[in-house]
Write a protein that binds this ligand. Structure first.
Ligand SMILES: Nc1ncnc2c1ncn2[C@@H]1O[C@H](COP(=O)(O)OP(=O)(O)OP(=O)(O)O)[C@@H](O)[C@H]1O
Length: 260
C-alpha cells in the first residue's frame, strides 16, 4: 500500500465571519503503489484541497494521511505536485528547469545535466532543452513541468487539473503522452479533473467526488485493454463513462429538492 487517506476532514474558517466551512468530510481513499488514479468531481468539491493535504501544504482537521504506513507531516520530496499554473522558472531553459529539481539528487553539474536530458527524452522533448518557457509551443511547458516533477523521483506524483486550460486537441495529445510516461516509469499518479472523459481515459481507477461537503462518492475500476488505437470512441469507454456519470449524478439527485 502506498498512499492511505484515512477519515480525512478539512474545515476552513472565514476570516470575517468566524463561521466554519466543511470542505472535506470523512474522505477515505487508498492509492496503490504504481497506480494511476484519477479523481473526478465538480468545481469546488475539494479536489485541490485534498491534493494540498497530501502534498503537506496544509494539515487535515480530522483523520490522517499515510505514505507506506508512515503518517505525513508537512511537505516532502517523496511527493511531487504539478499544478494548472505549472510555474516553470522563466529565466531558465527547459533543461535547466529540470536540472533545478535534481539539485538534491545529483552531486555534480555534469550528472544533473545528463539526468535532466534523460527526463526530457522521457517526455519526448529532447529537442526543446535549450528553449526558454516563453519559446515553447502550446502544451510543451506542461510536459516540462511533468518531467521536472518526475526528476525529483517522488513516490507519488500529484497532478491538479494540469491540462484544464488547454484546447481539446492539445489536451488529448498530452493525455496520451502522460499514459506513455506512466507506462514507462510506473510512478504512482493521482490526477484530478472535472472531465469524465479525461478521468476515464487516464485512470486505471476513477474515484468520484461529491461536493458540499467534499467526499468520495465511489470508485470505478477501468480496464480499456491494450491501447492500440484510440479507445475513446469505443463501447467499453462509453460504459465506464456512464458508470462514472451515474456516481456523479447520484450526488445531484440526492440533493435535488423532493416534490411534495
Ligand atoms: N483557504 C480556503 N479558505 C476557505 N475556503 C476555501 C479555501 N480553500 C478552498 N476553500 C473552499 O473549499 C471548497 C473546495 O475548494 P477546492 O479548490 O478544493 O475545490 P476543487 O474541487 O479543486 O475546485 P476546482 O475544480 O474549481 O479547482 C470550495 O468551496 C472553496 O471555496
Amino acid at each position: 500500500m502506498k498512499l492511505r487517506i484515512q477519515g480525512v476532514g478539512k474545515e476552513f474558517t472565514g476570516r470575517d465571519t468566524q463561521r466554519s466551512f466543511t470542505a472535506l468530510d470523512d474522505v477515505n481513499l487508498d492509492v496503490r503503489a504504481g497506480e494511476f488514479l484519477t479523481l473526478v468531481g465538480p468545481s469546488g468539491c475539494g479536489k485541490s484541497t485534498l491534493l494540498d493535504l497530501i502534498a503537506g501544504l496544509a494539515a487535515p482537521t480530522t483523520g490522517r494521511i499515510l505514505l507506506d504506513g508512515i503518517p505525513l507531516e508537512g511537505p516532502g520530496l517523496d511527493r511531487g505536485i504539478v499544478l494548472q499554473q505549472y510555474a516553470l522558472f522563466p529565466w531558465r531553459t527547459a533543461l535547466s528547469n529540470i536540472e533545478f529539481a535534481l539539485e538534491g539528487r545529483a552531486a555534480t553539474r555534469r550528472e544533473r545535466t545528463d539526468l535532466a536530458r534523460g527526463y526530457l527524452d522521457l517526455v519526448g522533448l529532447g529537442e526543446f532543452g535549450d528553449r526558454y518557457p516563453h519559446e515553447l509551443p502550446l502544451g510543451v511547458p506542461q510536459r516540462v513541468a511533468v518531467a521536472r516533477s518526475l526528476a525529483a523521483d517522488p513516490a507519488v506524483l500529484l497532478l491538479d487539473e494540469p491540462f484544464a486550460a488547454l484546447d481539446a486537441g492539445t489536451r488529448e495529445s498530452l493525455q496520451e503522452e502522460l499514459v506513455r510516461i506512466w507506462e514507462r516509469t510506473g510512478t504512482t499518479l493521482l490526477f484530478t479533473t472535472r472531465s469524465i472523459d479525461e478521468a476515464v481515459y487516464l485512470g486505471r481507477r476513477v474515484a468520484v467526488m461529491a461536493s458540499r461537503p467534499g467526499r468520495i462518492q465511489g470508485a470505478v475500476e477501468v480496464d480499456l485493454g491494450p491501447r492500440e488505437g484510440d479507445p475513446r470512441g469505443g463501447s467499453r469507454f462509453g460504459e465506464y463513462r456512464h458508470e462514472v456519470w451515474k456516481l456523479l449524478r447520484s450526488d445531484v439527485d440526492q440533493k435535488a429538492p423532493v416534490a411534495s
